[in-house]
Design a protein around this ligand. Structure first.
Ligand code: NAD
Length: 467
């Protein structure tokens, strides 16, 4: 078995205890992973705090150069990181490779940004300047669906702005992150980035810690509420990227055969374990049967297997808890709708569920009203566009949405009426480091990516000079 270490104050160290990490495709233990104690969490925060003044004073050009060097390290180690990612997360190796490449892309992008002083006014009466200062120690908390990519949403902008970090991956997917930590241990000055792990028991201490100035959190809405509550005590800044129940709205002029593949990919990528996946599909009654049939054919044809096998399109659910949860949604689908593809767990070790299409289902069922976060898509019938918009918006979530149509002007008009941080037209899940994204309503607070995402890792300071 490979061995993994925490990164605290520039040193690769064992955890005070260990915990097993399971391969979700086999249920076998991959590694006895270090597990940090509360004492080690405090050491990590202290190291980040001690490293902050020098890192904040490092010229931004130098920080940019080091962020670029991290991108080089990621690229040189793509195969190894992808292999570990597939083993612990379950996703197909091609997708894991794409995730590692995407990770490098985020480091590359942020290495091009700057934080220039903005002159607000320069007049006979005064000169007012806006500066962007770093915040201090950032706690970065990451979920298990995209362990490396989501880490890359946080690490490079936080570093570029001059902050130091304590990173905490999810308990079931810590290994690729720890391998990455070992690879960059010598690139950055000691203490600038620290990696600890837990068994879901240190997040609370990190978010309460008085020396942490901001929490950048990605995870469920339920945990996001706890993060917000504990951040209140010390008035920490927070960015929360939370759950979603994205609606796809297929207008009556869409051609089911043309849009089916894009919708299928938007719903089933990463076996549906994507915050921004299509989780409810609204289809006009005139094309409802055709759309359901197209999606069912794609679901039937999908190759579901161990992600380490070449050709696998969908891997297992990431962990037993999520697997049991999605099985509950299948039960609900059987009661409240008609399953026309999938519907079964696969009888083998591992947390495999075939992609499932459920028709003749409506609001009031758990599968429609809650976030399934798995490969089970409810397809709902509607009669008028206004009705579709109203039903799509009737949720506390507001992360993403998409409109599918052969008339982009019409689709654009619908898009502006959907309550979501991102609305796509004729695509879903198209993301890029320079395009900001964030949730509305209970899907989050703040944004990541782009210049707006970088600004969230800074404190605005105005310097006002009398003349
Ligand atoms: P989760 O909320 O259970 O866990 C996320 C992280 O929070 C983990 O690292 C966990 O250990 C940690 N944590 C647990 N208790 C904590 C506490 N009290 N304080 C602080 N941290 C704590 O989420 P998950 O099950 O790992 O991920 C799935 C969820 O994440 C889904 O709801 C999904 O939609 C959401 N998600 C959102 C985005 C987004 O960008 N909006 C992206 C990916 C996933």
């Amino acid at each position: 078995m490979e061995s993994f270490k925490l990164l605290i104050d520039g040193r690769l160290v064992d955890g005070d205890t260990t915990m097993p990490v399971i391969n979700p495709a086999t249920e076998e233990t991959i590694a006895d992973c270090p597990r940090a104690s509360l004492g080690q969490l405090n050491q990590a925060v202290a190291a980040a705090k001690a490293a902050f003044p020098a890192w904040a004073a490092t010229p931004i050009g130098e920080r940019r150069k080091l962020i670029g060097q991290i991108a080089d390290v990621i690229e040189r180690n793509t195969d190894e990181l992808a292999r570990i990612l597939t083993q612990e997360q379950g996703k197909p190796i091609a997708d894991a490779t794409g995730e590692v490449q995407g990770m490098a892309g985020f480091f590359r992008y942020f290495a091009t940004l700057d934080l220039p002083v903005r002159v607000i006014e320069d007049s006979a009466g005064r000169r007012a300047e806006a500066h962007r200062r770093p915040l201090g120690v950032i706690g970065a908390i990451v979920p298990w669906n995209y362990p490396l990519l989501i880490l890359a949403f946080k690490l490079p902008p936080a570093l570029l702005a001059g902050n130091t970090l304590v990173v905490k991956p999810a308990p079931t997917t810590p290994l690729a992150s720890l391998r990455f930590a070992a690879l960059i241990a010598d690139v950055l000055p000691k203490g600038v980035v620290n990696f600890i792990t837990d068994a879901n028991d240190l997040g609370d201490a990190l978010t309460h810690h008085p020396d942490v100035r901001k929490i950048s959190f990605t995870g469920s809405t339920a945990t996001g509420r706890k993060v917000m509550a504990s951040a209140a005590e010390t008035l920490k800044r927070i960015t929360l990227e939370l759950g979603g129940n994205d609606a796809g709205v297929v207008l009556d002029d869409a051609n089911p055969a043309t849009v089916a593949q894009g919708i299928f990919n938007g719903a089933f990528q990463n076996s549906g374990q994507v915050c921004l996946a299509i989780k409810r599909l609204y289809v006009h009654e005139s094309i409802y049967d055709a759309m359901c049939n197209e999606l069912a054919q794609l679901a039937d044809a999908a190759i579901v297997d161990d992600g380490s096998k070449q050709g696998t399109q969908l891997g297992p659910l990431q962990n037993r808890m999520q697997y049991e949860k999605v099985k509950g949604f299948l039960e609900d689908a059987r009661k409240n709708g008609n399953i026309i593809a999938g519907g079964d767990v696969i009888d083998r070790p591992g947390f495999f569920i075939r992609p499932t299409i459920v028709r003749d289902i409506a609001e009031g069922s758990r599968l429609v009203d809650e976030e399934q976060f798995g490969p089970v898509l409810p397809v709902l019938k509607y009669a008028s566009t206004d009705e579709a918009i109203r039903r799509a918006n009737a949720t506390t979530y507001g992360l993403g949405a998409s409109v599918w149509s052969s008339d982009t002007d019409r689709a654009h008009d619908v898009a502006t009426q959907l309550e979501a941080g991102t609305v796509w037209i004729n695509t879903h899940l198209d993301m890029a480091p320079h395009i900001p994204f964030g949730g509305s309503k209970h899907s989050g607070i703040g944004v990541e990516f782009g210049e707006e995402g970088l600004a969230e890792f800074t404190q605005l300071q105005v310097i006002n000079l009398a003349r």
